[in-house]
Design a protein around this ligand. Structure first.
Ligand code: GLY
Length: 344
């Protein structure tokens, strides 16, 4: 089939690579590939850390896609951070958040032990005093910018800035938080501000959690050339209707929380502050499948989970383009029918 994929973020590129792998003739259209939400993403592959009440279906999808990641990263010759994630809380209220997350994961059949602060610091000596922690052993991370670069290099001249004039058999819209009409009402922008620092902070695991009620994550990445590694600190989350700009308050809150949690970050170089819109949907699940308009498919609305869900989305989207019935929980038409389904 001749397929146009609109959008060269991690989702559009992953879908394109999958379609190419299945023998289709693909053109990816994006004047600035990888410059949207993929550019801001920290790259956590964290179904457990991102689990939320009433989102059992999304959690199961995340677990399924997370299982695909080791071979996906290997096929792109990319390393994975697989030392796990430590979920932590600083004060007594934050401790309750850790306990609540552990209880929620138990309802999904994932038992995690809540450790006291002393045991947490034995695992990660770079941490300041915390009151509670839980090891999320299966929550990993990748460098999304490296993933985008690897997919772009794989797709080569198939990525172009403007849509070709030929009429494709299928069009896949993968433009994240900014969908064209008539699909634009299906996603809303949820601003995330994120910081990139550089320094040796001595963290082995991804650390995420709450600092006096402020949610924060710290993602350490080894530098392959042996220099001080990148440390990604994220992220704010705000519903808004303006452009996604970095705000003074957002940077202040992220730095305050991250440096309280990992004091060594005080000496790290602050390299970048970036804001992008996460593509949120009404039920927080992505839109993967046919739109109802002939030959037009969506792969969008991945909210906080774009990197995690990329390999699974690519498969499901390619199946749908090839005529398979879409997963009803991801079918973009679920909203049109006003049949928002109960989640588990
Ligand atoms: N998945 C992390 C975030 O959206 O901030």
């Amino acid at each position: 089939m001749r397929v146009h994929v609109l959008g060269g973020g991690i989702i559009g590129l992953a879908c394109s690579a999958e379609l190419v792998g299945r023998g289709h003739d693909v053109t990816v259209v994006d004047p600035a590939p990888g410059s949207g939400a993929s550019r801001a993403a920290a790259g956590m592959l964290s179904p457990a850390g991102e689990a939320w009440h009433g989102e059992g279906t999304l959690h199961a999808l995340g677990v399924a896609s997370g299982r695909l990641w080791p071979s996906y990263a290997a096929a792109l010759a990319l390393p994975m951070h697989d030392s796990g994630t430590l979920l932590v809380g600083v004060d007594a209220g934050d401790r309750q958040e850790v306990e609540r997350q552990a209880a929620l994961l138990a309802t999904h059949g994932e038992r995690v032990e809540v450790l006291d602060g002393r045991r947490a610091r034995a695992l990660e000596p770079a941490l300041a005093r915390v009151t509670a922690a839980a090891v999320l052993a299966q929550d990993r991370a990748v460098d999304p910018r490296a993933v985008v670069a690897a997919l772009l290099s794989r797709l080569g001249p198939r990525v172009v800035p403007q849509a070709p004039s030929d009429r494709p058999d299928a069009t896949v819209i993968a433009t994240g938080a900014h969908l064209p009409r008539p699909y634009d009402h299906l996603v809303r922008g949820v601003r995330g501000e994120i910081l990139r620092l550089r320094g040796d902070v001595g963290l082995r695991r991804v650390v995420r959690g709450w600092v006096r009620g402020e949610p924060v994550y710290v993602v350490p990445r080894r530098d392959r050339s042996g220099g001080p590694g990148e440390v990604v600190v994220g992220a704010t989350s705000e519903e808004h209707d303006g452009p996604p700009v970095v705000t003074a308050g957002g940077v202040r809150r992220l730095l305050a929380a991250a440096t309280e949690l990992v004091p060594g970050l005080d000496r790290a170089e602050l390299c970048e502050a970036l804001a992008r819109d996460r593509p949120g949907t009404a039920d927080n699940r992505p839109l993967v499948g046919p739109t109802g308009d002939a030959g037009v498919f969506l792969a969008a609305g991945h909210f906080r989970h774009g990197v995690l869900l990329a390999p699974l989305t690519a498969r499901l989207l390619a199946d749908a383009v090839e005529g398979a019935a879409p997963d009803p929980t991801l079918d973009p038409r679920r909203f049109a029918a006003h049949t928002l389904q109960e989640d588990s």
